[in-house]
Ligand binder design. Sequence first.
Ligand code: ADP
Length: 782
Amino acid sequence: MAAAAAELERLRMAGAGMAIAVLTSGGDAQGMNAAVRAVTRMGIYVGAKVFLIYEGYEGLVEGGDNIKQANWLSVSNIIQLGGTVIGSARCKAFTTRAGRLRAARNLVEHGITNLCVIGGDGSLTGADIFRSEWGGLLEELVRDGQISEEVARENCRLNIVGLVGSIDNDFCGTDMTIGTDSALHRIMEVIDAITTTAQSHQRTFVLEVMGRHCGYLALVSGLASGADWLFIPESPPEDGWEDLMCERLGETRSRGSRLNIIIIAEGAIDRSGKPISSNYVKDLVVQRLGFDTRVTVLGHVQRGGTPSAFDRVLSSKMGMEAVMALLEATPDTPACVVSLSGNQSVRLPLMECVQVTKDVQKAMDEKRFEEAIQLRGRSFENNWNIYKLLAHQKPAQEKSPFSFAILNVGAPAAGMNAAVRSAVRIGICQGHTVYVVSDGFEGLSKGQIREVGWHDVAGWLGRGGSMLGTKRTLPKTCMEKIVENVRKFNIQGLLVIGGFEAYEGVLQLVEARGQYEELCIIMCVIPATISNNVPGTDFSLGSDTAVNAAMESCDRIKQSASGTKRRVFIVETMGGYCGYLSTVTGIAVGADAAYVYEDPFTIHDLKANVEHLTDKMKTDIQRGLVLRNEKCHEHYTTEFLYNLYSSEGKGIFDCRINVLGHLQQGGAPTPFDRNYGTKLGVKAVLWMSEKLQEVYRKGRVFANSGDSACVIGLRKKVVAFSPVTELKKVTDFEHRLPQEQWWLNLRLMLKMLANYQISLTEYISGKMEHVTRRTLSIEKGF
Ligand code: ADP
């Protein structure tokens, strides 16, 4: 450990004397600015000179004013902007050796031997070619007398690191590419808007989304909107799909639905490789069914708008890691790409990833469609399977002997309804009797229990809040009555969707099993809370929506001061004792500090922050934003901070307070929460079904082992089921927190990006992973 720390400190010094250039290339994507910002600041932080190259490879080839040295403030106030402030271009010249020779000349002129390219696979391939030719290019420059041999020797090695910016998520090796999540946000906004109008008129919508070769955007938006039919290039529909599709649309209409959604990726094809156009689909629906049908082609809307919180955090993480990769590069290190694996940044050999990405296209060209889906990675395959399960399955003909009940517990969180919907439907597909309970454990004790059908949950996917109704009451206060109703309704499984109380409540039920045999049933908790404080998962449902809501508010707060100089905002977020919401929002908005309970602070830290802001007021950026988690400190309250900052900043800056409050719980769920809720609902019910089978003997269910009551959650990149009795050992009940929280290491990034002195020794860098092409594709996502 100590050796590792010393090594990292050495690396920090290694940045001195280095020159790093960063450019954005190919199609723009939201989040590129956050990446440019992070590369620039981390570069400067480690003592390197950082250059911004404007207009992508075009600027690299042209040189001159297109290559400018950056300072800390060059990248201020850009994190919230869409597109790329340094410009992107397609550049013909760079595809020729002559063009690359000019590019090499321009880099050498500035002594730049480290290049960070943010772009798609084309741009990254170009970068790799550039790197492999570098030696030869310098020799040629020496031969032509453009540079001396000495200069060539000094610049003999070019290090390349790539960050994938592409809204299509079409790059193998990373769970997500920069821009994809924001594009999904844009798509969902449009779907929500057309859903309202379509429902008033009974309409069918054919929505075309981007993705010439990759159906990711179509697939995830199909899943997140409960589309009736989906066309993606990786899985062309079976011959005769026209009949099947019309049959399906007719069925949903006859079941009472007023709206049909068909999503089509722009590169959709049929089995023979012939494109399927949105107009063809529309005409088909009109001719065969006579439905009022409209086509919406989304186009560049998907690239527009502000980046989502996820993209801002992802890009910041990747940018920081890119600089680490350049610092650690040796002559033997191949060009690498920084990618996301679960919630970690990792480095992968660039060309391997490009190759697998090409393999997918080849598989599609050769009509090996199943393989194409597999090569896209586990997440893609998983999404596709879940979509098919929900959209293509019909309610079971035969009833199973099992029944289970679903309830929401605690405060509402976005995505709860999506989870209820998919759980209900999968339960029905399996032939189970599915009950829903209103008002949580209290409703269960009062018998507010009803059986639901497939159609009862139609339209729930995109709804915020809790359609079932939720309460905080814990079972302890009404145990007898709960037991009575479990017996009365013959409930053999409980699916509890909620926050810390949901987990605590299930634990209480498990602990009461000795007393009440009726509680020897299968129980599962789907963590759903904006606080993200449930043990057993890295993310709880609703936290992504809450972070985006808090981020949007902070963006507006910042903007409100654009005409006012020297102002500091103190913004209080929710989260109980958990600082997740504060920290992640802080990174997403580029806050100057985020005070949280888990990262204790003293008066010395407060003093340092005030001084930091005082210094900042001397720069062009005369504005500050400080976040404070509601329970971060018993005495240093929001009011206290306001008074302290106001007093210490007197004559230098003035302060304003904003308590974000319940707006963090509201709003339509983000695409991530809809999708995550849907998946967790499906997986939880499949797990419960399996467990019910396991413990079913002689016509009854009897479960009393620890693993019969679990929290389902995403851990790294796998969906895991953790027994509540095990989680009890790693829970801080007093503060309602898991004892260990993965996101704490993000705080280092927040501080570095806000220009505080931090010790890099705590930074865990993503080592280069050695992968085969096979593992690359299999590993992608959950
Ligand atoms: P993306 O990076 O989004 O895939 P493109 O494929 O259009 O977008 O590539 C962007 C730019 O990257 C191109 O205009 C070109 O300058 C450069 N580039 C792409 N492929 C290569 C290549 N094989 N060799 C050299 N440069 C390339």
